[in-house]
Design a protein around this ligand. Structure first.
Ligand code: NAP
Ligand code: F7E
Length: 342
């Protein structure tokens, strides 16, 4: 029998990689999309157009609980992956109530919908919650693992703690097969352009081709454990294939600073980041997360999860992707594309 999966946040970075993975595994994949005045489906166009579209999109929103119930009743998924969120930490300080409604209470609405439909049909629906290393915030131990206490430092982090614990609570209260992946930062050429890694690779490649001069950043000393999103969605799927639901840290177990990321990106393009990067205090956060370093031993031993992409390969992949975008932009602008390329 063909398995059916529902992905919320399918138009986002992780949603696009997870949809590809599940389609490759033979699933019928359904995705929740928000209505917007533009298409917003750039990351998944290859899956929804063409001769045999393999991804089925449905309008919906995590703020609309009744809509979620209707959708789950209609699709009757075997697996639900909750990737939708207001996912930007800096923006969560500007929109704290909205972030709480979508990222925290949205998770509750989805769990309630699953519980209702599962009770009615008697068919198990397995659930994945996109928890985050941001929950560790002002870390109380290093590296961070599943047992490390949470100390969130942003409205986003607080909302994710709620989403995490309500998922654990529904597992323990109602026996739902509900697992949380506590994922550390993961990036790709599809990463949103306002997250720091993509902001850096986008700007550095545009600077290389003469499309801009400067890159304005905030705290260069922040340290993160960065992996490749394509590797991390495999862990999400593995969690839902286990007999018992559980929570897992997913990380590379390696630490780099924002400055390191700048240094590596600009040097690949034959440049020195110090000639182009300037500090703009607007990008500082009211409360910063200085250091996140994961310990993913549990996922590696119990799930057999092994990331395939190194930090250097990740940077290369993102630089390549953005160099191509910059070249296209240079052509449109009539600039001698690639003139300055190494
Ligand atoms: P992303 O690129 O920002 O994607 C977020 C997705 O959520 C988008 O599809 C977005 O739709 C959708 N969304 C936002 N508000 C919604 C709403 N009210 N109702 C329905 N959908 C809504 O995020 P990502 O990097 O793929 O991350 C996926 C999930 O993992 C998120 O929950 C994030 O918080 C979490 N996470 C991410 C990381 C990371 O490093 N990437 C680490 C840990 C946890 P639009 O396309 O219409 O905006
Ligand atoms: O910032 C510093 C910034 O926005 C990383 C989300 O996917 O991962 C992500 O959250 C660091 C921070 O990611 C700029 O202060 C410096 O210390 O790329 P980011 P994040 O805040 O770690 C977690 C795990 C998630 O769950 C989230 O959904 O970089 N930084 N200068 C900057 N950050 C940004 N965005 N822009 C700058 O100019």
């Amino acid at each position: 029998m063909q398995k059916r999966a529902l992905i919320t946040g399918v138009t986002g970075q992780d949603g696009s990689y997870l949809a590809e993975l599940l389609i490759a595994k033979g699933y019928a994949v359904h995705g929740l999309r928000r209505r917007s005045s533009t298409f917003g489906t750039q990351r998944i166009e290859h899956l929804i157009f063409g001769e045999s579209p393999s991804l089925h999109l449905h309008y919906g929103d995590l703020s609309d609980g009744n809509g979620l119930v209707r959708l789950i009743r209609e699709i009757r998924p075997h697996e639900v992956y909750n990737l939708a969120a207001q996912s930007h930490v800096r923006v969560s300080f500007d929109q704290p109530a909205y972030t709480a409604d979508v990222t925290a209470v949205g998770t509750l609405r989805l769990l309630e919908a699953i519980r209702d439909v599962q009770d009615d049909t008697g068919e198990q629906i397995r659930f994945y919650q996109a928890s985050s290393s941001e929950m560790f915030g002002k870390v109380v131990e290093t590296p961070q693992k599943e047992t490390t206490p949470f100390y969130p430092r942003s409205p986003y982090g607080v909302a994710k703690v709620y989403g995490h614990w309500i998922t654990v609570n529904y597992r323990e209260s109602y026996g739902l097969h509900a697992s949380c992946g506590i994922l550390f930062n993961h990036e790709s050429p599809r990463r949103g352009e306002t997250f720091v890694t993509r902001k850096i690779t986008r700007a550095a490649t545009r600077i290389k081709l003469g499309l801009q001069d400067k890159l304005f950043l905030g705290n260069l000393d922040a340290q993160r454990d960065w992996g490749f999103a394509g590797d991390y969605v495999e862990a999400m799927w593995l969690m839902l294939q286990q007999d018992e639901a559980d929570d897992y840290v997913i990380a590379m177990n390696e630490l780099y600073s924002v400055r390191d990321f700048c240094e590596q990106t600009f040097s690949r393009l034959g440049m020195d980041y110090r000639d182009h990067v300037e500090i703009d205090p607007r990008y500082y956060r009211p409360a910063e997360v200085d250091l996140l370093l994961g310990d993913s031993t549990k996922a590696r031993t119990r799930l057999g999860w092994t990331p395939q992409t190194s930090f250097a390969e990740l940077v290369d992949m993102m630089v390549e992707g953005d160099l191509e975008l910059a070249r296209q932009e240079a052509v449109i602008k009539g600039l001698p594309a690639g003139r300055k390329a190494a």
